[in-house]
Design a protein. Structure first.
Length: 414
């Protein structure tokens, strides 16, 4: 009984295999009659069926069918351009067929490279397919552009990636693709499309490829830079990003965006010491960088180093006399210094100040006032800084009741 059952199973398996082989034969017939779409439909299930005895041959046939469809539509397109008849050209079908031809050829070669039952590799289809598909591979450029213009970024990236990556696929072994005049351009657009669809890993991959060409390096570095910026997941990612921006900044010190990118990074990193260290780096590179002095002052101000902060702000103001934020911050620092000094010098019992000590505090307040009034003059509508409350404090401390009342009304919105 067991022997009979085994024979039945073997017969069933053989029947299934013959059935799939029949499907392949049917697809061949349809291909011969140029019924490409029907041939593709019939053959497709056999490509992944476990019963198909020769997967490499099946994929090779699919590549031939897709190539046949591509060539037929392409010929029709050329004829229509030469002698217009108003015929409809299946542009999408043509591009899809080019993609399908290359895709199937690569899959065929993958199966063809597998050892046979004797452990030997005998590649059967590559040489003939190479001759035809080397040119078809170039059609992937326009296919990717078609899908990019159709706003199908997934398909555009996939198509351009196939064009770029296939150059190193074993299928094209022996074909000289090193003198590819389109490589860097397509790598740039593949990186750009990948960035636009937020696939930053792929964006970096193809931007790096494009950057190997000196003529595309600048544009490619933009993609690479912003891909890294959007993909900061680890300290190592952050370090690589900062290193790249700093390198670009050194190469082009007059290009403000690199400085601004670094400033954005450091001011959002919640690490004031790192911000200070970077600001000092920038000052060492360019002592006339008012923003670097301002950032240094901000860290010192945050650490309540009033005198040091004021000196940094003064440097920034010397370079840019209309730097309202620095005028305001210098005034705030001096006002805070005056408050601290008053608390330090006050009599421990009465809280009062001697005349000499009061003059010391008053001198600092007057210096604070000069900065704050200049900020008010430059920004009368308080669009950049809200000088009303600090001025109220300073006028009040100096005993100028009329002006402190004026500021109090502004503070209270009257």
């Amino acid at each position: 009984m067991k022997k009979v059952m085994m024979m039945a199973l073997m017969a069933a398996a053989a029947t299934s295999a013959f059935a799939q082989d029949a499907v392949v034969k049917e697809a061949k017939k349809l291909f011969s009659s140029k019924d490409f779409d029907q041939a593709i439909q019939v053959l497709t299930p056999a490509l992944t069926s476990a019963e198909t005895t020769d997967k490499a041959a099946a994929w090779n046939l699919m590549s031939q069918i897709q190539q046949g469809k591509f060539s037929a539509i392409q010929t029709k397109e050329v004829e229509e351009k030469v002698k217009p008849t108003g015929a409809t050209i299946d542009t999408k079908g043509m591009h899809d067929a080019a993609i399908g031809a290359i895709e199937a050829a690569l899959k065929c070669d993958e199966f063809d490279r597998q050892p046979n039952e004797k452990g030997k590799v005998k590649i059967r289809f590559r040489k003939e397919a190479q001759t035809q598909l080397t040119n078809t591979r170039l059609a992937l450029i326009n296919a990717g552009l078609y899908y990019y213009n159709e706003k199908d970024l997934d398909k555009a990236v996939k198509t351009w990636a196939m064009y770029l990556d296939s150059a190193s696929d074993p299928f094209f072994e022996g074909v000289d693709l090193s003198q590819d005049q389109y490589r860097s351009e397509i790598a740039y657009y593949a990186g750009l499309a990948a960035y636009q669809k937020k696939d930053y890993v792929l964006a970096e991959k193809y931007a790096n490829m494009a950057a190997q060409d000196p003529n595309k390096a600048e544009d490619a570095n933009e993609i690479l830079l912003f891909s890294k910026k959007e993909n900061l997941k680890t300290p190592a990612d952050s370090a690589a990003y900062v290193a790249m921006v700093k390198d670009l900044h050194k190469q082009k010190p007059d290009e403000k965006r690199y400085f601004n990118l670094l400033m954005d990074y450091y001011t959002h990193a919640h690490n004031m010491q790192a911000l200070k260290a970077w600001a000092e780096e920038e000052i060492a590179l360019d002592a006339e960088n008012s923003m670097a002095w301002a950032l240094k002052g901000e860290v010192q101000m945050n650490d309540r180093e009033w005198d040091a902060a004021v000196e940094s702000y003064k440097k920034a103001i010397e370079i840019d006399p209309n730097f309202v934020q620095c005028l305001f911050n210098a005034g705030v620092c001096l006002n805070s210094k005056a408050i601290d000094l008053k608390d330090e010098l006050a009599d421990k019992k009465t809280g009062g100040l001697t005349a000499a000590n009061a003059d010391k505090v008053k001198a600092i307040l007057n210096e604070s006032l000069s900065f704050m009034e200049r900020a008010r003059e430059l920004d009368p509508n308080r669009e950049k800084v809200n000088w009303a409350y600090p001025l109220y404090q300073i006028y009040y401390s100096l005993g100028d009741k009329a002006k402190s009342d004026e500021m109090e009304k502004l503070v209270n919105g009257n």
